[in-house]
Design a protein around this ligand. Structure first.
Ligand SMILES: Nc1ncnc2c1ncn2[C@@H]1O[C@H](COP(=O)(O)OP(=O)(O)OP(=O)(O)O)[C@@H](O)[C@H]1O
Ligand SMILES: [Mg+2]
Length: 286
């Protein structure tokens, strides 16, 4: 069994209402332990809903969800909720809505305090979490004076202090400037590559999505496209239909291929793009 198993899950917000709108219709997907998955899809396609189902914020209308072998859809008890919160953490879009305390380290301690963890262990976790996001020197600072990227790193430290195996980032970079985005993207990579955390990154930013091991694209009822960044971004037609754009370098290569240049589809990254263009030009000269 995979680390996360979503089996035939359907969800609608208001089942009784006349305009019962199904957000997810019989969706199945699995995520392996240690995997980095990006979830894409236009506004309203159900990305946040899917994330909330994985964290027991919402309960599916039908179907089952397993996290690390635990059926999280079996009941809605506090005991199960606590178990799930220890496994799956969530970082949201707006850092201001995730920070409660007036001192950074107190904010980071909030989660483990709620888990009833012993104070020396909380101290250890807070220090470690702040070090991981490179914010140790700000431990005694006031969060509201920090930059957006720094606040978001504090929010991540708060989640890390609960020691989850998996972290879901729901558009956690979308309110940040390019510098802040790069900071958070680097933290995600570090958590995945160095600490083996399973990462699910919901984003509208294609340059961030291409860093994932796998991309899942949602449309209004479920999964429409799935595969490695190379596979997904090779399918420019479907990507466009789904209201998305390929990353800039990938898009450029695809356009040149359309103009007769000998360049394969699904080129990922500026470096590979430059190489493919050079190779195509030198083969033309011969
Ligand atoms: N609390 C709610 N009550 C009723 N409908 C909701 C609620 N939250 C979301 N919806 C509807 O469910 C659908 C999916 O919403 P969701 O927030 O999951 O989309 P999303 O893919 O995260 O979009 P975005 O990219 O804008 O964040 C939308 O049609 C939305 O209007
Ligand atoms: Mg959303």
């Amino acid at each position: 069994m995979s680390y996360i198993e979503i089996k035939n899950v359907s969800f609608s917000y208001d089942e009784e209402s006349q305009e019962n709108k199904t957000v997810l219709d019989n969706v199945s997907l699995s995520v392996e332990r240690g995997e980095f998955v990006a979830i894409l899809g236009r506004n309203g396609s159900g990305k946040s809903t899917l994330a909330k189902l994985m964290n027991m914020i919402l309960v599916p209308s039908s179907g089952e969800i397993y996290i690390d072998g635990i059926n999280i859809t079996e009941d809605t008890s506090d005991e199960l909720l606590l178990k799930v919160r220890k496994k799956v953490g969530m970082v949201f879009q707006n850092p201001d809505n995730q920070i409660f305390a007036t001192i950074v380290e107190e904010d980071v301690a909030f989660g483990p305090e709620n888990l009833g963890i012993e104070s020396s262990e909380i101290r250890r976790r807070v220090d470690e979490a702040l070090a991981t996001v490179d914010m140790s020197e700000y431990a005694r600072h006031a969060p509201h004076k920090l930059s957006g990227g720094q606040k978001q790193r504090i929010a991540i430290a708060g989640v890390l202090a609960m020691d989850p195996e998996c972290i879901i980032f729901d558009e956690s970079t979308s309110m940040l400037d390019p510098h802040g985005r790069a900071e958070i993207s680097a933290v995600m990579q570090k958590l995945n590559k160095e600490q083996g955390k399973t990462i699910i990154h919901i984003t509208h930013n294609m340059d961030e999505a291409e860093l994932a091991d796998r991309i899942i694209v949602l449309d209004e009822v479920g999964i429409r496209l799935e595969g490695s960044p190379k596979e997904v971004f090779s399918d420019i037609k479907t990507i466009t239909e789904l209201g998305l754009e390929a990353p800039q370098a990938t898009e450029l290569c695809a356009r040149l291929a359309g103009k007769g240049f000998d360049i394969p589809l699904g080129i990922i990254g500026e470096e590979s793009c430059a190489q493919a263009i050079c190779a195509s030009l030198s083969s033309k000269k011969k």
